[in-house]
Structures are given as structure tokens and as C-alpha cells.
Design a protein around this ligand. Sequence first.
Ligand SMILES: Nc1ncnc2c1ncn2[C@@H]1O[C@H](COP(=O)(O)OP(=O)(O)OP(=O)(O)O)[C@@H](O)[C@H]1O
Length: 632
Amino acid sequence: MITNSAVSNIFVVTTYVVLFVISISTMFVHSLYQSKEYFPEERYALMQIRDSVSSTLDLHGNWTGPPCNKNSSQWTGIVCSNGHVIGLVLEGIQLTGSLPPAFLQNLTFLSNLSFRNNSIYGPLPNLSNLVHLESVLFSYNRFTGSIPSDYVELPNLKQLELQQNYLDGEIPPFDQPKLTVFNVSYNQLQGFIPNTDVLQMFSESSYDHNSNLCGIPLEPCPVPPPSPPVNPPQSKKRKLPTWIIVLIAVVATLIPFMIMFVFFYCYKKAQEEETPKERPAGNDDSPGWTDKKMQHSVSTEDPERRVDLQFFDKNIPVFDLDDLLRASANVLGKGNFGTTYKANLESGTVVAVKRVKYMNNLSKKEFLQQMQLLGKMRHENLVQIISFYYSKEEKLIVYEFVPDGSLFELLHVYDKVAKKCLSSDIFYLLVLENRGVGRIPLNWAARLSIIKDIAKGMAFLHQSLPSHKVPHANLKSSNVLIHRDRQSYHSKLTNYGFLPLLPSRKSSEKLAVGWSPEFCKRKKLTHKADVYCFGIILLEVITGKIPGETSPAGNDEKEDDLSDWVRMVVNNDWSTDILDVEILASREGHNEMLKLTDIALQCTDVAPEKRPKMSEVLRTIEEIDRTNHEND
Ligand SMILES: Nc1ncnc2c1ncn2[C@@H]1O[C@H](COP(=O)(O)OP(=O)(O)OP(=O)(O)O)[C@@H](O)[C@H]1O
């Protein structure tokens, strides 16, 4: 028999259990909701601005992943609360471009919005429905058009700064009670200042320097003339004296010529600076192998301590040391292991000469052996060593000259001439995208071809020098040289085989392998250290980022953050976020790019034994290249 009290006990217990289950599941659902880290529509809104303006900040690199993690954000200029974006503050970063229409509509929780002190042009953005907005700061830009009338409907607006733009039209009747900061000075606004309590509260400085504003607190508006208005453009025309019209026409005609003149002046100046002058005697910049001191040492030195130029290729017109000493030369660049010069021999032959550093204590035998080994190698993707020179104090390596610069320049350097002109305000307006004026984007086909050539060169080196610990050891984008054949790009590797020539760990750490995890941890170096460097180059080509400069939080650690960053983004399934904008825009080949990213991540595995061999890497890349061609 079940008593009444037992029934009521069962009822009470059941009620508690049900309540407990409900509260647990509510907490669970709530925590699920809380763990949703961001709202995709807000991210999409920010992506729109990221992809339509350029700036001095690498927004493309920094704004990746989710914008909000509850109350914090890794994104520059973004403030979050409860997973929502509540602040968008991008001030003084040379944001250039026009804002996409209505891009802010999905940032419904936005309360602070500032683009102060940039170069944004076009109409002011639409802010309708952004009811939480308290502060809107668009001053010191190049906005044009009128102030949207729906700004008067932002109920919580406290601050509106629009000064120093090119706004025209009339001021809408702002009357929000909370509006305490208001400035529209230095624009081209006209008409009456609306007679609202709020607008009349501000002083003259809020309205100063507009074309034709009147009413309190400025001068009273003129009484309109009694007669019916005549056609305004005609009346204006009639008022202008002929000489002013002529003057305007002349100035208008001259302006384009002046712009061209300034540009060509800049261009010539930049070219003059870039083309190093022929070496005057005793000039500090002159290549050392032509120094009088060296000429003297070459001719009088103990023959045991020097070797004359040794040649490896019978097809190259042979020159002797005297020819090299007489050659006109200019600096191509300075690397970690010395300076490289372009030498124009009197015979017309052009070569690149590298004066190598850190090898002073190297014996003649060691240098000779390594050079003879490297000099005999022939491959279309290796820069050929033509000859070399050894003396105790001076070591030169003469390379074939490769005409189109390095991969580093191709990927990262602004158009050099245009860059010199960037300081001028005229050209400032012409900034096209993050990497500067005049840069020709490097398309995916070119990148893939360059990568394939690097892999071929590396696979050949690894096959030819099996007993070398790390056959290249210095693979980085400045050591990948480019030569163009019409539209196609090819690459050759240079500065290989230095590791056995370096005397100490300190000098070896300047090689590209110095960045590999095994070098940093003082573990044994193998061919796989080269594979690591190859992976880093691959990431550099895919992302367009300079290794060592990727840290989103802006920390200065020397560690390779590029592969860590890519790994993080890819693991979170935001894979296309890593792609360089220049290839992202094409919308083709994304699959191949991501396959290559996968290879790059295998190559940069911390554990050398998990990295693939160069020959395997080459095979996969050739396969990807074939698919790419089939899809063309
Ligand atoms: N054989 C060459 N032909 C044409 N240009 C070359 C050649 N070798 C080097 N250069 C140019 O000279 C620049 C400087 O080269 P250099 O080898 O001195 O420095 P690096 O590439 O930074 O290498 P490292 O740090 O290993 O010394 C390169 O970036 C490239 O533009």
C-alpha cells in the first residue's frame, strides 16, 4: 500500500528532479550560446571594410579568425562585449578608399565608431538602425556629399564629429538630447543652421569655415531677394569677367602637365638614385675587389695564398682577374654573407660577384674543394657558379647574372620609383592597395611556376650532395632569383653550399637554416632543415607575408610565427584568410593554394623526421601544377 505521504514525497522528489534537469539543460543551452564566439554577420561586415580600403596597417593579416572572443578581440581597432562588436576605431592609419554602402548595418551593437584622421572618400556611411551608437567620429577625411538625414534618428548619439571633410548640402535638424559634442566645421555646408535647441547650443567653432552657412550662432541669414530668381548657372556665368574664365581655363590645362612634370621629376630622381654611378677611384661604395689595395695584394701576394680565377663552364667567354678588376660595377644588394655586385666586363659579359664574409680563416684547400664541387653542378634552377677567387683576406664567388631580381622583391617590395613619390600629396591619393602604387600583382600561375622551380632546384641539390648535412642551408626568398620569359616566371637558387665554409655556430645562425627548430634547439642538422626552409618560402608565396613579421599580437619574437599563424588559421577552418589578397581576388586556384599550404605545413613540422623529402615534395607540386594546367 502506498500511503498519501509517500505519494506526496514521490511528487516532491519528482518535481525537484524535473526542476534540476530543466535548470541544468538551461545552463547547458546558455553555455552553448555563450560559447558561440562571434556572430558571422558581424564578421562579414568587417570583412567588407577590410577588403575595400587600404591602410598602413596590414588589416588583411590582422583581421583573421573571429573578431570577438566574448569581451576581447585580437583584431586591431575592434572592441567587443558579449561576443558582439561594439567598437570600430581605426584612426590615423591612412585608410584610403570609399566605404562599401550599408556595410555597418549588421554591426547592430555598435556604440563607438571612429575613422578619424584618414583619407576615406565618397559618401558618409549609412547608420540607420544602429540605435546603440553613441559616438560617430569621421573628422579629418575626404568624405563628400551631404550629411544623411537619418543621422538625426540615432537616439543615443552623444558625439558627432564631421569637421575637415568636403561635405556639402544642409545640416539636418539634429535634436537628440544626449548630443553634447558636435562639429561640422571646415566643410562646404550651406543654408540655415536648423533652429533646434540642441544645434543652437554649440558655439561658432562647431560651424566655422563652411561655404555658406548662416543662422545662430553664425551671422543671420540674408533675406531672400524679392524678385524671382534667375537661372543660377547663367547668372553666375554672367558675373564672371572674361579674364577670370581665361585664367581658369589656362590653370585647368596646366594642372595635368604639372602633375606629369612632378611625377617625371620624381621618377628621374629616383632612377638616378637607384642607378649607382660607375665606380670612381677610391669611392667607398666601389667593390672591394677593385680596390687599389687589393690589386696590389693580388699581384704581389704569395702565390700560395691565392688562386687565380677558376672557371667551370667552357661556354662562358673566359675573362681573367684583370678583366674583373677593370669591370664597371654597381651594388646589387647586401646580404648576411657579404655584398653582391653586378660587374659589366669590357667584353660585354655581365656577371654577379659576391664578396663573401665570415670566411677569413678558411683554408685555401677547404674553399677550393667546396667551390669545385659546387661549380661543377649544372641545373636550370641553380644559379651557376662561373668562377671564384681566393686569397686569405678576400674571397669572391662569380655567379651567372640573373636579370629580374629576387623573389623577395617580387613579393614584397613597392614599386621603387613610385614609393619615392609617395610622400607627395598628389600621389598619396593614388595609393591603390597595401603594397603601394604601381605594384604589379603577382598572379597564382607565376607563383606556382616559381615554387615548382625552387622545388626542382632543391630536389637536384639534395640528390647531388647526399653526404652534405644541409646541401643548400640558405634557402630564403632573397636567394631565389627570378628570370622572366615573356609572361612566364622562372626561378633559380643561389648562395647554396655555404654551411661547410662557415667557421662557427654564430656565423651559421645567419643562414636560413638558423631559423629551423633543430638549429635553435642545437639538435642534429639534416637535409630536412632545407625542407623546413622550403616550407617557409612556400608560406611566404601563398600568404604574401614576410616570415618573422606575422605576429598578430605584434610581439617581436624571433621565432617563426608565419607557420604558427597559418596553422592556427587553417585549424580553425578559416583557410582562405591566409591567402595573399593578390591571389585571393582571382577566385581561381584556391584549391591548389590550400593543397600547397598543406604541403608547407608538413614541411615546417617541428619534428624533422615528419617532414617529407624534397623529391616527394617536388612530385606533389608537379601533380598540383598538372591539375592547374588541366583546369586552364
Ligand atoms: N647572381 C645574381 N644575379 C642577379 N642579381 C643577384 C645575383 N645574386 C644576388 N643578386 C641580387 O643581389 C641581392 C643581394 O644578394 P646577396 O646574395 O648579397 O644577399 P642575400 O640574397 O640577402 O643573401 P645572404 O643573406 O645569403 O648573403 C639579391 O637580393 C639579388 O637581388
